[in-house]
Ligand binder design. Structure first.
Ligand SMILES: NC(=O)C1=CN([C@@H]2O[C@H](COP(=O)(O)OP(=O)(O)OC[C@H]3O[C@@H](n4cnc5c(N)ncnc54)[C@H](O)[C@@H]3O)[C@@H](O)[C@H]2O)C=CC1
Ligand SMILES: O=C(O)CCC(=O)N[C@@H](CCC(=O)O)C(=O)O
Length: 490
């Protein structure tokens, strides 16, 4: 249990807002409770970040990096405890939360390289003097995190933002305050100066108050398109503030002419059901050719899906899927399935809310071929895969593109020509061939088009939105030019 839930100006402090708590969706137990930050505390957090900014941005990159490296070492030392906290708060199995912590550790080295590569200093000789390209931090930035990767995804904004010299006010998802608290404790132990990273906990109103604060220079957001769009509207008229939006998707996967059906089914399952379907990159719509091979593939997919093990995060024999984030999220998926059935979708494997007081759901597959033109273009953030049978490859690609989102997309098929055609036509920020569409690398840019993002890709390209470029022409003493402009006499 936590009462000192907020970290402001280097001090852990109790909230002055209302009661908030975090519930383990698998064991149905309250694992964290506190009071949210009041608007005065949010203001104090921004002020403390502002006060710390000059000192922090004056440090050298190497000084900032050495703190980040100590943090990476502390993540390594605390890996089992942090992996357990993520599992308790999200329901994700321990095998998966261990990979989340590993991704957090890997982020430091990758962000170091990305900082140098994308925002380092470039020096060019000129006939007189030298030209430089350098980068400066924005100032005070707010970081908003989602619940599905409560460590890795906010970490993916925080690490590059700190390395670039920004100071931060971090507002995690209200569903995962415990993980946020543990992360910030590790930064504190790593020796981050007071005020450089502040933590304010709370629900939507905390987010709204922080986003609306006049003295933030930017906001780095990972979460739903609905919230991202609200933030985008809120930032309208503030061209000077940097807004990076990493949002959801309605991601398509097309299968055509594969020899190894099991391998294709594996990539589909990994794309649709990992993390109980709670990844922004998860496949939501699967297009399968309307032929005998397509029938065989779909039958096998149904068979394998029915055998997917769903279970407790700490089961000795680890499940593939744990609980969803909350019982509300789980019942929301059952409701989404019922709505699709109502529209004419036919369940091939029915998603079940296994215990209505918990977040446990089994994976579902629904045939939406008959309603493909009329079903809503929505991200159903859970393990429900919509299948559409197609006769014509180009028509399948058109359907795949028929979404306002554009995050990830994949093609499973043995023909390189087909893949090249797919690649040319498909509109998404992540396009894979014969690989799952989840599990994107931190060493590549990560972002989407349309309602999936605002062209400020994260991961390797996060360095770009953490600093602004400064172009300089420099000469070490004032010198009269050799050739004067016409009409000037000296
Ligand atoms: N593109 C990407 O990199 C990723 C996107 N996501 C997306 O995130 C979503 C799931 O995460 P959630 O936590 O449900 O997202 P969410 O949008 O509900 O919440 C994200 C953050 O915004 C805050 N927030 C919510 N409403 C707000 C408002 N009106 N004003 C200010 N702040 C507000 C929340 O408290 C939280 O900290 C999915 O849509 C998923 O696709 C998740 C992971 C990666
Ligand atoms: O942000 C990074 O470092 C790389 C992107 C990443 O880790 N993507 C993961 C999780 C994204 C999500 O929450 O849905 C993935 O593609 O599986």
């Amino acid at each position: 249990m936590s009462t000192q839930a907020h970290f402001i100006a280097g001090q852990w402090t109790a909230g002055l807002g209302h009661d908030i708590q975090s519930i383990d969706p698998a064991k149905k137990a309250v694992i964290w409770s506190a009071k949210s930050a009041s608007s005065e505390q949010i203001d104090l957090a921004v002020k403390s970040a502002r006060q710390a900014f000059l000192g922090w941005s004056d440090t050298t990159f190497e000084e900032r990096l050495s703190i980040a490296k100590r943090y990476a070492q502390l993540l390594t030392d605390n890996k089992p405890a942090l992996a357990l906290a993520i599992a308790q708060e999200t329901g994700k199995p321990l095998w998966e939360t261990a990979t989340e912590v590993a991704a957090m550790i890997g982020k430091i080295g990758i962000s170091e390289k990305a900082y140098q590569d994308r925002t380092g200093t470039v020096e060019n000789p000129m006939p007189v003097g030298k030209a430089f390209i350098r980068h400066k931090p924005h100032g005070v930035v707010a970081v908003f995190g989602p619940y599905n990767f409560p460590g890795h995804l906010p970490n993916g904004h925080i690490v590059p933002a700190l390395l670039a010299g920004n100071t931060i006010v971090f507002k995690p998802s209200d569903l995962t305050p415990l993980v946020a608290e543990k992360m910030v404790q590790l930064w504190e132990q790593a020796g981050l100066p007071a005020g450089v990273l502040n933590l304010v906990q709370g629900e939507v109103e905390t987010g709204k108050a922080l986003a609306a604060h006049h003295d933030i220079d930017g906001l780095f957001f990972t979460g739903s398109s609905r919230t991202g769009k609200l933030l985008h509207e809120q930032f309208a008229g503030h061209p000077g503030k940097i807004l990076a939006l990493e949002m959801g998707g309605n991601n398509p996967l097309i299968v055509k002419d594969v020899k190894d059906i099991d391998a294709a089914v594996h990539d589909i399952v990994q794309s649709a059901f990992v993390t109980s379907g709670q990844r922004c990159t998860c496949a939501r719509r699967l297009f399968i050719k309307n032929d005998a091979q397509g029938d065989a593939l779909l039958n096998r997919l149904v068979e394998v899906t029915k055998q997917i093990k769903v279970g407790q995060y700490d089961d000795d024999e680890q499940p593939f899927m744990g609980a969803m984030i909350s019982k509300q999220a789980a019942s929301g998926m059952a409701k989404a399935q019922a709505e699709l059935q109502q529209l004419g979708g036919v369940s091939l494997v029915e998603l079940q809310h296994m215990d209505t007081e918990s977040g446990f759901v089994s994976p579902g597959i629904i045939d939406v071929t008959k309603i493909i033109d009329s079903m809503p273009d929505e991200e159903h953030f859970g393990p429900l895969l919509k299948v559409c049978r197609y006769d014509d490859f180009d028509a399948a690609i058109d359907h795949a593109n028929n979404t306002s989102f554009g995050l990830s997309a994949g093609f499973l098929g043995d023909s390189q020509e087909d893949y090249q055609h797919f690649f040319k036509r498909i509109r998404a920020g992540i396009v894979n061939w014969n690989r799952p569409i989840t599990g994107a690398s931190s060493a590549a840019p990560f972002g989407g088009i349309g309602d999936s993002g605002n062209h400020r890709a994260s991961a390797y390209y996060a360095a770009d939105y953490c600093a602004f470029p400064v172009a300089s022409v420099e000469l070490d003493k004032v010198t009269l030019p050799g050739t004067l402009s016409p009409g000037l006499t000296f």
